[in-house]
Design a protein around this ligand. Sequence first.
Ligand SMILES: Cc1cc2nc3c(=O)[nH]c(=O)nc-3n(C[C@H](O)[C@H](O)[C@H](O)COP(=O)(O)O)c2cc1C
Length: 386
Amino acid sequence: MANQNNTNQTRSQLPLDQIPADLVSLADIEHYSTQHLSPGVSAYINGGVADEICLRRNRLQWQCYFIEQRVLADCSAGHTRLELLGQALDHPFVLAPVAHQQLAHPDGEVATAIAAAALGGGMIVSQEADCIYSDVVTATDHLCWLQLYLTSNEQTNLTKAEIAARTGFQALVVTLDAPVNGIRNRLHRSGFQVPVSTNRLSGNGLDERQRKTPEQLAPGSSLVFQQLMTAAPNWQTMAAFVKHCPLPVIAKGVSHPDDAQRLVDLGCQALIMSNHGGRVLDESVTPLHALTRIRKSLAPDIPLLVDGGIRRGADAFIALAAGATAVLVGRPQVHSLAVAGAAGVARMLRILRDELEVTMSLAGCPTLASINSTCIYQSAREQQLC
Ligand SMILES: Cc1cc2nc3c(=O)[nH]c(=O)nc-3n(C[C@H](O)[C@H](O)[C@H](O)COP(=O)(O)O)c2cc1C
């Protein structure tokens, strides 16, 4: 599989007319993608942790709120534009970091970046991307951040940050919720081996997190505690990273208000409420609940982003009403890539944006700034369910 900018689609020529006309929702795209993905790759992309309780809750969380419909509101000057850490975006859907996108389509992350830019949106590139970082950065003139996993080695972390800055990324997203992988039983059952990141081959310059097998450890020691958690960052490493990083730092995978405050105090410029798409801790707090708690406890000007199960424009509306500045979309980008490469991702983003615009109009909110907590409510029954 080629590790270069091998897409021949340019932004102005996305063959949107070649996408089946009956793909009108993200659920349709997901359904259709199964024809293009092997069972093993499907298990890797769609699976969650353990019993997948958290994966199901991620979808359910958005169904626990009603949106207040308002009549006769003038939304004729409406738009979905926003500014995020100084960068202009046409809509609040940012593509979440999703590793190994060439499993879905040979054009991988380059195609995703082209689609994000075509729709005036942003993308966070996974540390474990298959394409060469500079090719991805070149494919977009919009928000393009790199996601990193830190190690316990401060120098290694800073070297990564310097490579990212030289490559042209505008900010770094540090994922904190997965110092160890969750117990992904669906993936284990499938027998699929996640490929070693092609980063090293393609010259991205960042090694995947180093893993040892149990046989490589001293007898009696724990793979989790003595290997993975020993190599994992802690508060001290994070503080040093934020202090010396040449780029703004955003923390991803935050759910506790105390952690959120401490990360902001260290200098993080934005936070992402996420449970890694239900792939790490099955009993984790839902991102929407985390967002609600953290929004209440932090200064209102700290940008908060949220992800997990966002599949409709109305889900994004609820997130924005609960205090999010923007939302991330994970799996749908690889489903769309599998179906139609860059054009598929562009179609997916257009669907979400159209749905959000319709929801805003029906809720009487002409701009993102006019969406607030009074736009949604939970009945006692919904409170019990969620
Ligand atoms: C196949 C796959 C790979 C992922 N890879 C990464 C990654 O490399 N780094 C990261 O921070 N999050 C990763 N995530 C989590 C996403 O960034 C995001 O938090 C999650 O997918 C959002 O939930 P959703 O898929 O329901 O939209 C991955 C998720 C999936 C499904």
